[in-house]
Design a protein around this ligand. Sequence first.
Ligand code: CA
Length: 227
Amino acid sequence: MSSHTLLIVEDDELLRHALKEQLAAQGDFSEIMEAADGAAALAIVKDNVFDVILLDIGLPDMDGREVCTKLRGAGVRSPIIMLTAADSDDDTITGLNAGANDYVTKPFRMAVLLARVRAHLRQHSQSDDAIFLVGPYKFQPAAKMLIAGDKKIRLTEKETAILKYLYRVGNKTVSRETLLGEVWGYNAAVTTHTLETHIYRLRQKIEVEPSAARLLITEPGGYRLNP
Ligand code: CA
């Protein structure tokens, strides 16, 4: 479980570096990225997927809660933990309303923050039981099923994994190589032809007009799931 990615959005450079250093030392993360303000955070999530985001509420360019709303609007579904300066119930409530999953009040002990981060990582990885909306369907990864009204579409394990990964990254294009790696494993000896075959079958199942896909879109750089 050391392949998680984390984003720290915090303008206080000393705190940001201390957080990065101490969290990196725990071994839970393969990559930790930093952003010093809201605009930088919003730019970074365009090209990166994070398993957890730590988001300071007091940023120089915008309120952390506003950043949170914008992250959700940009399709970010990872757990967001707000770092709040004051122990104010108002901050907490509006933070959670903005789409944050949790909050930690400054000053906090690293052990407390780490426990929260790990709890959210666990929940997030088990969120297979959740139901996601994909176009007209309710997508239940754990049941490998798409449901639209009375219609139930059974998916194979790979089809489920492809949809799950595309859903997880949000409305973003994923390259064939990345999708191959994520679904079949980075050491698997499969070619993009295998992936294309699976995409073809998946479209036969989920698209109204498989030849003019509206959900599982082919982009110049790969594939994208249209939410
Ligand atoms: Ca701050």
